[in-house]
Design a protein around this ligand. Sequence first.
Ligand code: NDP
Length: 474
Amino acid sequence: MFEYAPAPESVRPEIREHYGLFIDGKFADAEDGATFKSVNPSNEEVLFTVAEAGEADVETAVAAARRAHETVWGPMSGTERGKYLFRIARLLQERAREFAVAESIDNGKPIKETRDFDVPTAAQHFFYHAGWADKLEYAGLGADPRPLGVIGQVIPWNFPLLMLAWKIAPALACGNTVVLKPAETTPLTALMFAELCAEADLPPGVVNILPGAGATGAALVDSPVDKVAFTGSTAVGRAIAKAVAGSKKKLTLELGGKAANIVYDDAPIDQAVEGIVNGIFFNQGHVCCAGSRLLVQESIAEDVLERLKDRVATLRVGDPLDKNTDVGAVNSAEQLERIKSLTEAGSDEGAESWQPACELPERGFWFRPTVFTGVQQSMRIAREEIFGPVLSVLTFRTPDEAIAKANNTPYGLSAGVWTEQGSKILWTAERLRAGVVWANTFNQFDAASPFGGLKESGYGREGGRQGLEAYLDV
Ligand code: NDP
């Protein structure tokens, strides 16, 4: 293997020592003065302190959002709203590098991914939805679709800025105002986004950002918002569904997954191997739609595994701010523990673990890319979302067996299929119980394409014309 010289990122964003809550266009500390720290997962250094929103702050933010909705944003024409969204999209592009570096520092993911995927895709969501703002009556959702009002949004730590964009862009385009809670471990880019809203002269109260932990999210769900939009674990999604049941609040849930990536014996193997690697090692495997279960046809399994291991051995694990890095740090000590305990369960249950011999940094939260073979359907590593760089490999003999195994999961978010035959792709996709099916590719996202799950992966769609429906009274 070639030895690469380090290629450190030179841009350093200005990170404040302390951030407040962003309510009604201004930063302010929490009413009870509570704060918490955000840590760099690649070296465990404290990055900044941030105010932690309590119930009183949630109340203030929701009231500000309500005022902004009734007096400014709701009555504003779609054309005018679109201008603000375009402005936000352009500002994000202008500050793209700064956001990319900040996201890598706060989350642990490689700069290559934040620079080439997270930030450009976030900007794309604002551009795309800016275009819809004055065309909502042509979205096929009725002649006069109205905004819902105030939206409470809770997002996870795996794609902090991108999940924010998925939530905020359609909500604003449809004339709603928002109160958003970023994940406790990754509030930085949401707070920088708050600064950017002020820079874009967005009217106060249209976007409110409330950093905090699970209790802040729960308070937001219980507050008098008109809709809750959540992305995160199935367990918390279930609790939220219970909390809003019986109220008039609308709800969309984007939850976990355990996607099957099916490789048939006629697949282009080298391409499939790239797709397998991208499917599970992109973003350290912290991806709800990750291809965490490889289903490979038995006749080619040995060949695929050999090439897969050769490829995985070339992945560079380490400093997220090095432009050569492929796999960065795990986002938190808790997540690292969860990955460790599930992989231990895999070995205890009899699966065989393989890891490349890569060196890991001494400080920070790290986990080597891992491939489990000899995996049985009943094992925890085949059933539970590990949310880490861990692939479980199963085999199948016939297409029917592949479908049966792929669908044997409580989840239904995504799936992949690799074959040279178009008819086999269609046959397979028709039978897979998953919201998204990728063919001869994996992890492709576009603002125009709806994304969402079936079964315990949640309900509602984000993106595309379909995603607008979740933010309109139709
Ligand atoms: P959570 O579902 O707990 O977190 C998602 C968001 O919900 C965070 O902002 C979190 O706040 C917030 N939250 C937590 N509890 C509540 C509550 N009772 N009411 C409202 N909001 C709440 O996921 P975790 O971060 O704890 O990760 C645990 C596991 O979940 C992972 O290992 C992974 O398997 C899965 N996961 C799946 C994701 C997906 O996209 N499918 C995304 C993230 C996790 P806080 O950050 O403070 O906890």
